[in-house]
Design a protein around this ligand. Structure first.
Ligand code: IMP
Ligand code: MG
Length: 183
């Protein structure tokens, strides 16, 4: 039985697998240097960031701890709402910790802005943002993003953790999502 993920909704790769891995290695090296004498707490934003978090962590050479938060931003649609709900909170007390928020993608920035405000209120020593993808020209906040993997065009994308209605997260690359393949 062979099933491949042939799907006319999956467009051209925007970032291929090899390019992803090379860049994530670089990010890990920079983070390792910047946090050389610290033990940061990586906070992965579920579900989208799970693959990025895993590969990034493997390329970080300083000790790190892990935690996860699950938040809902989009529901199953492909439009930004800015309405954020915490579905799963941290297990860790972050008072005095150096927190690195690991996110899959920033579009408007509203999701992270909300999350950041929420995390900062808990008394961490620092909060740093690391996003794999940043959509060019769509930000509606003055959020300071410390580490960016790739700036990409404003199209909707899937793969490497990113979904449409929970599908496509397992693609090992980032591709444009084609809403209406007949068109
Ligand atoms: P923002 O609040 O507008 O910055 O949207 C960020 C969140 O929307 C991300 O955490 C993703 O879950 C989701 N999102 C934004 N753009 C895309 C995309 O192109 N593909 C999949 N999910 C996306
Ligand atoms: Mg999503």
């Amino acid at each position: 039985m062979k099933r491949t993920q042939e799907d006319s909704h999956i467009g051209d790769p925007i970032v291929d697998s090899e390019t992803l891995q090379l860049r994530i290695k670089e990010l890990g090296q920079v983070i390792s240097k910047d946090f050389g004498d610290k033990t940061p707490l990586l906070i992965g934003v579920l579900k989208g960031a799970f693959m990025f978090m895993s590969d990034l962590a493997k390329s970080i050479t300083v000790p790190v701890e892990f935690d996860f938060m699950a938040i809902s931003s989009y529901g199953n649609a492909t439009k930004s709402s800015g309405v954020v709900r915490i579905l799963k909170d941290l297990d860790t007390d972050i008072v005095g910790r150096d927190v690195i928020v690991v996110e899959d993608i920033i579009e408007s920035g509203l999701t992270l802005q909300y999350l950041l405000r929420n995390l900062k209120a808990r008394g961490p020593s620092s909060v740093t943002i690391c996003t794999l993808l940043l959509k060019r020209g769509l930000q509606r906040t003055d959020l300071q993003v410390d580490y960016v993997g790739f700036e990409i065009p404003a199209d909707f994308v899937v793969g490497y953790g990113l979904d449409v209605a929970e599908l496509y997260r397992n693609l090992p690359f980032i591709a444009r999502y084609i809403e209406d393949p007949e068109f």
